[in-house]
Each structure stands twice: as C-alpha cells, then as structure tokens.
Ligand binder design. Structure first.
Ligand SMILES: [Zn+2]
Length: 553
C-alpha cells in the first residue's frame, strides 16, 4: 500500500486568481454546482448560475479563454423514487428535468461552455478512472455503516440508534434504518494537508466562511462513505459488486468530466489542457465543506491539481421568510422571467445582494431598483440625450469639439467608474461593480442637468457647446453599455444599439473582439472619445421597460 504523498501541491502564484498579480491560467474555468434533478429548477440555482455567468462574461471580455461549466447531478435513491412515483424510468425523469435546466439557462441567457450530466457515458469513465487511482493509493477501505438514514438528504443522521421512529429535522419525514457494508474514502489520512489548504488565504471565499471550515477540519477528519449497496440508480463501483457510487464520488467528478466531449475517451491528464484546475467553484454555503475539504482530499489522492478557490454564497429568502413549498411562497423563476425579463432579475440579484451573504427578495424594492436605476437613471439618460442630438444635430452624433479633452469632467468619471468596476469584479463584488455603473449614470445626469442644453440651444452662439455637451453624455452612455456587458448583456446590447454601436458578444470564449469586426478589444474600447461624431443615430426607443407589478409574483 502506498501512503499518500505528504507534500501538498501548492496552488501556483496565481492561486488568488482572479486577483491581480499572479500569472493567469491559460483557461479560466468556473463552475456552478451540478444541480440535483430531483425537482424542477428553483431560484437559488438561478442565482448561482447568473453570478457565474457575470464572472465568465467579464473574464471573456478581458480576453481570457473561459470554460464555464454547469450541469446536473442525476443519480441516487431520491431520484429513483421520485421517478417511480411519477411512473417514469429514472433515465426518462433525468432527461426531462435536465432538458428543463438547459432550456431555462438558454432563456436566461446563460453563457455556459459545458453542460455535464452525471448520466453521460464519458462521465462514468472518468469516475472509474479516478476511483482506480484512489484505490491504488490505498485510500479506499470497507466499513460498516449503521444508523438512521434520510433518503431526501441522502445521508446518515446522528440520531441515537435506540430511539423509535425518528424523523429528519429538515424534511420532517421518517428516517430509515440502515445497516450496510460500504466503501469509505480515507479522508483521515489528509488531515494535515487539508488543514494547510483551508488556512491559505483566498482558497475559501468569502473569508467569513473560512473559520467554519477550519473548525470542521480541526475537529478531526473522518473517513466518509463513497458507495451504497443495493442502489441500482448509480454508477457501479468497479471491482466491488453490488456497490454504486454515492453522491460526492460521482457528482464532484462532473467538474472534471465536463472538460471532455461526449464520445471522447480521455484519461485524466489531458483534461488539464482543457482547463483544469478550476479557478473558481461557486456553490451554496451548505455544500462548502464537501468542496473545500472532501473534494481537495480526493484530488490529492488521485494526484490531480486542486481548484484555486471555492466560493460559498448565501441563501435567498423572500420578504424575510425562507422560501418553501409548505409556505407556498416559492418564487417561480419561470414566471419571474416572463413577467420581468432577465435584465431586471439580474440587476436586482447582482446589485442588491452582497455576493457571499444571504439575500432577501423584496418585490417592492425589486421594482423600485429596476425602475429607478435601469429605466430612469440609465435608460432615460440615453433616451433624452439621443433625442436632443437627433433634433438639433441632423439625427446624428454631434461634433465632439471640446468634449474630446481627457480633462473633460465626464471623461474623468468614466475612468473612475472603469477602475472601480474592474476592481469589484476581481473581488467578485457584483454589487460594487453595479454601483460603479450606476454612479457614472448619476454623474452624467447631473452634468446634463447642470449644462441644461435645452436652454443653451436657444442661443445661436452656444450651438457648438451644446454639441460638445451632448457628445460627452452620449459617449458616457457608450461606456455605460460597455460596463454593463458582463452584468446585463441584453440591456448592454440594446443600449449600444441606440448609439449604432455593435454589441459586445461575451457569450462565447472565442475572443470577444473577433466577433465585432473592428478588432478592438473591450479594454481598448474603454477609451474616451471613441464614439464617432456624425454617426447617424437611430430613432430612440426606451431600452428598459418599467416594471409595474400590481400583484405578487
Ligand atoms: Zn432529510
């Protein structure tokens, strides 16, 4: 038996990526959790996925190759039973639910590069290969598991063995007694290495969640079970008849198998060129320990590099209450999308909830923010400025005149907004990134009101000045469109269209600039004075509809 190597592969200098300073990896791989297909998608998974989408788009706009991974976790007893209850085979159930995820992500404009299902045949081969490495390391042992089990949680509970009819405190359902011999992963062997890992600044984010994981590790890591007996809906464990893999040894490996194509039969090494290690796993805080402790130990055992960072975000409540079927207050994201559109929801979730903390969905606040920020402050600014330019300057962008100077007050505001927007994205602070955009729009509104071109235009000798003022505001609107691109790609596109600017495609990893034809990168386009004077402006139309929600969503 070979003892696991005692040296912990140190994350490279770029460990804190996406923080500045380190050498960036060739491919920026970012993952959502693989969502469990027990039920239809809910708002929590949308929130995680929208957040990852913003990061992926930002990295692409900065010229990086991105591999944005999402997908579905499709095995387990719970799924087998849910399918049976619906009169479906587990496969048919999984096909239906995962198709629903795919469809919804498309409608939300999610730009994932990879969608992995744990029922994909190429995933199964990766799981088998990974397992045989871990087994060869001597990290798999048999062990007896006895206790009360919740099928909905798919885990053993701590309830004392001798009590009668215990129920799960989360699901309020009876626990089932289990007594079985399972395979265990020797997590206990990795105590020291994992202690070192979780204490590294930046590995667990936000920093406020680090302590909780450190405490868990300090209490002593115990081997955990990686198989179940007599559960047909799972991947069979090679060489251990009757065993199928249990949740983590199956689902977590989806992050690796996602990097290969269906039909490909890749070993683990070539995956590294495809984008491993992941730069960032974004997950809900409830599965932080599995990602920050179990998963790195499994990777150490298999001799594979560790992900650079695990980010555990908070949960969403609604009007101060936990959302749940029993409370009847689940926010249906399909109707949310239909009635409000993805820009509105993206804005609210990214701008109002500090990423990493718990958030509360409040309908009135949602409506107010969308109407004030997007429809008024940003949308109306563009609309009224473009209308004046069209009226007084032959339906075109006015001559820039004195507006082109780098010392123009709005030029300075744009540069400041760009700097805070970039810094905010580097620390995954969407709220600050959104605020930087909003602040810029507020400054442009202030400038416009102060200059009052609608008064100045009455004096013939001021026409040039009015042109320069309108130019400066339109140019600022171009910057708003650019800075919004990773946050609200659709609004960004509509906004830029009103300036006859091509949209910024951040959907795919192909260099964002290449699609535009003019060869400018997003970074290059963020330079003052690039809006061509004299360019015809299209008929203005509102870029953002106001939300009028008279009934609860
Ligand atoms: Zn439970």
């Amino acid at each position: 038996m070979v003892a696991p190597s005692s040296s912990l592969p140190q994350p490279a200098a770029g460990a804190a990526n996406p923080e500045p300073g380190g050498a960036p990896a060739a491919i920026y791989t970012i993952t959502t959790p693989l969502y469990y297909v027990n039920d239809k998608p809910h708002l929590g998974s949308t929130y995680t996925t929208l957040a990852c989408d913003a990061i992926a788009r930002y990295q692409r706009l900065r010229g990086r190759r991105v591999c944005f991974v999402t997908g579905c976790d499709e095995h387990g007893l719970k799924i087998q039973r849910t399918a049976a209850a619906a009169g479906l085979t587990p496969q048919a159930h999984c096909d239906a639910i995962s198709a629903r995820y795919r469809d919804l992500w498309q409608r939300w404009g999610i730009s994932h590069d990879r969608f992995i299902r744990t029922t994909d045949p190429h995933h199964r081969r990766i799981v088998e290969r990974f397992f045989s490495r871990v087994e060869a390391q001597g990290d798999v042992r048999e062990g007896r598991q006895q206790g009360w089990y919740c099928v909905a949680c798919e885990e053993f509970k701590d309830e004392p063995h001798e009590i009668d009819d215990p129920e799960c405190s989360i699901h309020r359902r009876p626990l089932e007694w289990r007594d079985e011999v399972n395979l265990f992963f020797r997590l206990s062997r990795y105590q020291q290495q994992i202690e070192q890992l979780v204490s590294q600044p930046g590995f667990i984010a936000p920093a406020s969640r680090r302590r909780e994981v450190e405490n868990f590790v300090a209490s002593g890591l115990k081997d955990f079970s990686i198989s179940r007996v007599g559960l047909p809906w799972g991947i069979p464990v090679p060489g251990h008849e009757g065993h199928t893999f249990y949740v983590w040894f199956d689902a977590l490996l989806g992050y690796l198998s996602a990097l290969s194509d269906p039909g490909e039969d890749l070993d683990l090494e070539p995956l590294i060129e495809r984008g491993w290690p992941a730069q960032l796993h974004v997950i809900g805080k409830d599965i932080l320990r599995f990602h920050a402790v179990f998963w790195p130990a499994m990777l150490l055992s298999a001799g594979i590099e560790l992900p650079r960072r695990v980010f555990g975000h908070g949960f969403l409540t609604r009007e101060g209450q936990k959302m749940g079927k029993s409370l009847g207050n689940v926010l249906d994201r399909e109707s949310l999308l239909e009635r409000c559109g993805s820009d509105a929801v993206r804005w609210y979730l990214l701008r109002d909830i500090p990423f990493g903390e718990d958030g509360d969905f409040q309908q009135q606040r949602f409506q107010d923010l969308v109407n004030n920020d997007l429809a008024n402050t940003i949308g109306n600014l563009l609309n009224r400025t473009a209308s004046m330019a069209r009226r007084w300057f032959a339906a075109a962008v006015p001559p820039a005149g004195t507006a082109l100077g780098a010392d123009h007050p709005l030029a300075a505001c744009c540069q400041r907004a760009r700097a805070s927007h970039g810094q905010a994205f580097e620390r995954l602070d969407f709220r600050a990134a959104a605020e930087a955009v909003l602040e810029l729009a507020i400054e442009a509104n202030g400038f416009l009101n102060e200059r009052a071109p609608w008064k100045l235009i009455k004096q013939v000798e001021q026409v040039e000045q009015v042109g320069a003022d309108l130019y400066a505001v339109l140019e600022t609107c171009r910057w708003l469109g650019l800075l919004l691109a990773p946050l609200l790609p659709d609004l960004s596109q509509r906004l830029l269209l009103q300036l006859a600017e091509p949209a910024w495609c951040s959907d795919r990893s192909a260099a964002a600039a290449a699609d535009r034809g003019d060869g400018r990168s997003w970074d290059e386009a963020l330079g003052w004075g690039q809006l061509p004077a004299g360019r015809p402006l299209p008929e203005p139309s509102p870029v953002m509809q106001r939300l009028e929600l008279d009934a609860p969503l």
